[in-house]
Design a protein around this ligand. Structure first.
Ligand code: F3S
Length: 394
């Protein structure tokens, strides 16, 4: 593949061992996928942060990279870790897990990775612009960036996102090419989507069918940033969808040619998806924030629990800056007064909840409902926030 002078210097070791290693990784990746050149990126986003997911081998890889002097050339943001980095003790995370998790965080800090610990960095400080080139790795964030913003990113692995952050480049292949972003399936939505959970159910249903295809939705009348986030996250989890279009809503949608292969999502499919995802009854933990909550979602949950007393544990997962806003607005206090917690830096999937006595989790996320049974051995109660809070108070 073609490398410019600067990229040649990186590869030859002129900027140090870690940069040379990172560029070699990117060149190898580019060769595998027949990329013709590199593209400069505006930001990277690194997954593979939780000790639960990467274990000791991942920790050693990161420490090795850090000790070789790896430093980020472009802003590189971090995906959720396995625990709340400040409040882990009071929430009940195991101390041996916390010690390992902190070593991982130290390695990222040393490399200059910005310790956002969130899968929704686009809510604050890292909002890309349309057509920006990125190297993001969290699947729901990738889907959001490509589809809702109209930027370009492949679904990177943890090491390739880090390498891209170190070099400020990524090989130009896959979803960096417009020809690979054309819609493959037309999804005709006639079911009423009146709740965040409905968008998760739709995504969960569609992802299973289209796998790594590119869905084009018609019939969705409205959908804000939160609902589109839920839709994309669920499709990336039940399938491997990394870009989608919603007619009249997402940028670039109306310029696409509608595909001929058609899938219906009517009331029947919506109901069947709810039935399929519901595998449990007696909730131990209600967990909101997959993907991490926006301030609007935290506000909505605070309003719903205001004056109530939960008999079950409740986590509202979000990032530190959103929690700081929620603290200032009094939402955190309202949630805590009802018996819940605003949990930062982590989520119900990447934290070791199965080791914390939790067997059944109530979620309104089509992604969490997909991952929790396998990753955390959970039974699932899938429903709207209203329904989960009602059951949590019984
Ligand atoms: Fe984010 Fe965890 Fe869901 S990383 S998208 S909240 S599984």
């Amino acid at each position: 593949m073609f490398l410019n002078k600067e990229e040649e210097k990186m590869l030859s070791g002129e900027y140090g061992t870690a940069t040379a290693k990172a560029m070699k990784l990117l060149v190898n990746l580019g060769d595998i996928y027949k990329a013709e050149k590199m593209v400069e990126i505006k930001s990277a986003q690194a997954a593979g942060v939780s000790y639960k997911s990467i274990g000791d081998p991942g920790l050693e890889f990161l420490q090795g990279f850090a000790s070789e002097g790896a430093k980020m050339r472009v802003p590189t943001f971090l995906n959720p870790a396995g625990m709340d980095l400040d409040e882990w003790k009071s929430i009940g995370f195991p101390a041996d897990f916390a010690a390992k998790q902190n070593e991982i965080i130290d390695a990222f800090r040393e490399m200059g990775v910005i310790l956002t610990s969130s899968c929704t960095p686009y809510y604050w400080s890292n909002l890309p612009r349309i057509n920006d080139r990125l190297a993001w790795s969290e699947s729901s964030a990738v889907s959001f960036a490509n589809s809702v913003i109209g930027a370009y990113t492949n679904r990177e692995g943890g090491p390739s996102a880090l390498a891209a952050g170190i070099c400020g480049r990524t090989p130009c292949y896959g979803l960096h090419l417009d020809e690979n972003r054309k819609p493959t399936h037309l999804i005709n939505v006639t079911a009423e989507l009146s709740d965040f959970a409905d968008f998760g159910a739709l995504g969960n249903y569609v992802g299973k069918i289209v796998k790594d295809g590119v869905p084009y939705f018609t019939g969705i009348k409205d959908g804000g940033s939160e609902e589109l986030k839920a839709l994309g996250a669920a499709m990336a989890a039940s399938g491997a969808v990394a870009v989608y279009y919603v007619e009249n809503i997402t940028p670039k949608a109306n310029a696409q040619q509608k595909p001929s292969e058609k899938i219906e999502f009517s009331e029947k499919e919506r109901k069947e998806t709810y039935e399929r995802l519901n595998t449990g009854t007696d909730i131990d933990l209600i967990a909101f924030g997959c993907p991490h909550c926006s301030i609007k979602e935290v506000m909505d949950i605070a309003k719903k629990v205001d004056g109530k007393r939960l008999k079950k544990k409740m986590w509202v997962c979000t990032s530190k800056p959103i929690k700081a806003l929620a603290d200032r607005m009094g939402y955190t206090k309202t949630i805590e007064d009802a018996g819940g917690r605003v949990v930062c830096d982590t989520c119900m999937v990447v934290s070791p909840i199965e080791k914390m006595g939790i067997k059944t989790t109530g979620v309104n996320s089509g992604k969490a409902a997909q991952y929790l049974p396998g990753f955390c051995k959970q039974s699932i109660v899938f429903g709207s926030a209203d329904e989960l809070i009602r059951r949590g108070c019984e």
